[in-house]
Write a protein that binds this ligand. Sequence first.
Ligand SMILES: Cc1ncc(COP(=O)(O)O)c(C=O)c1O
Length: 398
Amino acid sequence: MYLNVKVTFIKAVLLQIMISLQSKLPNAAINIFTIMSQLSLEYNSINLSQGFPDFECPSELIDLANKHMRSGHNQYAPMAGLITLRERIANKVNSLHLSNYDPDTEITITAGGTQAIFTALTAVINSNDEVIIFEPAYDSYAPAVKLLGGIVKSFELTVPDYTINWELLKKLINNKTRLIILNSPQNPTGTILTEFDIEQLTRLVQDTNILILSDEVYEHIIFDGNIHHSMARYPILRERSFVIASFGKLFHNTGWKIGYCIAPSWLTKEFRKIHQFLIFSVNTPFQYALADFLSNDHFYLNLKTFYQQKRDYFRALMLGTRFNLLPCSGSYFQCVQYKEITNESDIKFAKRLITDFGVAAIPVSAFYNGGKDEHVLRFCFAKKQETLEKAVERLMKI
Ligand SMILES: Cc1ncc(COP(=O)(O)O)c(C=O)c1O
């Protein structure tokens, strides 16, 4: 038995040497979310690492999905998505941002935000195109750019407030700059773009051929009376932007993996050329359910109040610990510094937090290409009250 396993292993190694496959992403390892979640499971810890709720999505939505499955909506949807759903999205965007998107030519339903991001990048990035990414950043951006032969130009934001220095940013711009990726509210920092940022951005891209990919999946999770500055709001930016959204973040059902991309028709045309071969179309009955549910704006308009209560509750509890809270204006992530506790690297400390104290968080260095470690951890507060209480009870022991 042992000999057989050994022979199979040696054969596999020989085959790999013979075929000599060149990895497209040689430096990509198992991502930090998987590592932390596996460790969290192993130690039965409270998982505040991964970005999804531990409570249910609205039961009405489940009933609607059920209803549509039973009423025969089980075959391929149109390539761009169900027209009713696209119309409802157009109405939503129009009422929120006073901006018109044509459901026929400017809105495409995708299998979540990540697919929309990958598709948009594939549509416009060619070899050696430079793409500016603000770091710490959501982990799918850089690998997607690299897979396409593009060059990642990282702009590092730092603690405590992670604001963009637009003067410094200008130095990264040249005639190879093809696209800027924005994410507001931002994962992992919880920062948001301000009116000042929008002015600076407009000045920067106006009269250039720079495109924008605006990841707005947390658009409705924004606090303290702030408004979300969508690219859809500003004509000069709108005309060069892919705006990405995710129903998973909107309706507490990240596992449904449905989102959308809105973009002017000339960009949507290119987007759909890729979309049709990448995925063709998205889960039909869930699109029907989402279209029905979207006819009422109450749920998503209330999301900011719902999550602000959670943020405030979590922050109040955390005041009883030795962690230092960083500002959080949006998203469902709270970053903390732990300088007063230890000098350990954030990865090491995050692992010890699981093994010794039973709470899982994400080390923020994982969101920097170069692994910049400012001794910051990210906690997700999209959790039930009792989950947050139990977690902080443990964190207070540190
Ligand atoms: C910033 C950001 N963009 C995109 C996504 C992906 O959204 P989806 O689950 O719809 O693919 C996430 C998910 O965590 C995210 O945090």
